[in-house]
Design a protein around this ligand. Sequence first.
Ligand SMILES: Cc1cc2nc3c(=O)[nH]c(=O)nc-3n(C[C@H](O)[C@H](O)[C@H](O)COP(=O)(O)OP(=O)(O)OC[C@H]3O[C@@H](n4cnc5c(N)ncnc54)[C@H](O)[C@@H]3O)c2cc1C
Length: 286
Amino acid sequence: MKAADFQYECPLTLDEALELLANKDLDCQPLAGGQSLMPLMNLRMANPEVLLDLNRLSELNFIKKVGEQIEIGALVRYASLLKSATIRQKIPLFSQALPHIAHSAIRNRGTIGGSIALADPAAEMPALLVALNASIVTRSKNGTRVIPADDFFLGVYDTALHQEELVHTINIPAATASQSFGFYESVRRHGDYAMAGVAISAQSIEPYTQLRIVFFGIGTHPQRAVNAERILNGKSCADVVALKQAQDALSGLEYYGDMNASSVTKSRLVHVVLQRALQNLSLEQV
Ligand SMILES: Cc1cc2nc3c(=O)[nH]c(=O)nc-3n(C[C@H](O)[C@H](O)[C@H](O)COP(=O)(O)OP(=O)(O)OC[C@H]3O[C@@H](n4cnc5c(N)ncnc54)[C@H](O)[C@@H]3O)c2cc1C
C-alpha cells in the first residue's frame, strides 16, 4: 500500500515551519527521520494533508554544552548521538542504551525529536529522558514552553505537545563524577522493541542516593518506580533484602500486554531487568 495524496512542504527556516503548523485550516504533520511516520502513512494509519519536512532546518540540528546542561536539537539523529564525544562524556546513559534502538539503518535516520513526539510506549528514548530528569523545549508561533520529561509522556502515542508545536530542544543535566547510570532491556532479538526495559540514574551508589528508576515497554508510557526507589535509596548495592523488597514493590506498576509479551510476562520480566540494570549501574560509574 502507498500513502494517500499529500502536499509536501520543506521549509528552510523554523519561522516558516511554525507558520504552516499554526494554520488551523491545514492538517499538517511534521516529518523528521520518517522511520515511523512513513510506514504509518503507507498503511494509511496517518493521512496528513500537508507533510512538513523538517530535514532542512539546520537550527534544529545541534548538540551543545551550555553551563551544566547538554542541549540537543530535535533533529539530531541517533547515529549522531552515538558518535558525539560530548554525549559519550556527559550523557553516558545514551551510550549504553542507544545501540539497543532498532538497527543502524534506522538509527542513521531516526531522530530524538521524532521518538519523543511519537511516544511509543516501548521506545527507549522517553524512559531515558525521564531517568535523566530532562526537559523538553517546544516552539510554536505563540512562543516557547519548557516541559519536564516527567510531565511530557501522557499515554500510548500521547504527549503534552500541542498540534501547532514542534519539539525544538531537549535539555539534559550533564553527568557529574559521582553519578551512575544503568540500562537493561529484555527483547526477543537485538534491535526489537523491548518486552520490558529500565533506565536508571543515581547520584551515588554506595549507598544508593537519588535513584530514578524508569520502566518502558510495560505500560502506556514510561513509569517511574517510586516505591522501589524509596526502598533502595540509602541502601547498599550489596543489600539483597532491599533488592527483593524493591522487586516486590514493582507489582504496583501498570502492565499492559502487547504483541511483544503478555502483561503477566512483563510483570515478571521487570524483576530481572531491574536487577541487571542495577548491576550495570555499579559497573558504569562515570
Ligand atoms: C523496523 C523498526 C524498528 C524500530 N525499533 C525501534 C526500537 O527498538 N526502539 C525505538 O525507540 N524505536 C524504534 N523504531 C522507531 C524509530 O526509533 C523511529 O525513528 C522513531 O520512533 C521516530 O523518529 P523519526 O525521526 O523517524 O520520526 P518520524 O517518523 O519522522 O515522526 C514520528 C512522529 O513524530 C512527529 N515529529 C517528528 N519530529 C517532530 C518534532 N520535532 N516536533 C513535533 N513532532 C515531530 C511526526 O509528525 C510523527 O508523528 C523502529 C522503527 C522501525 C522502522
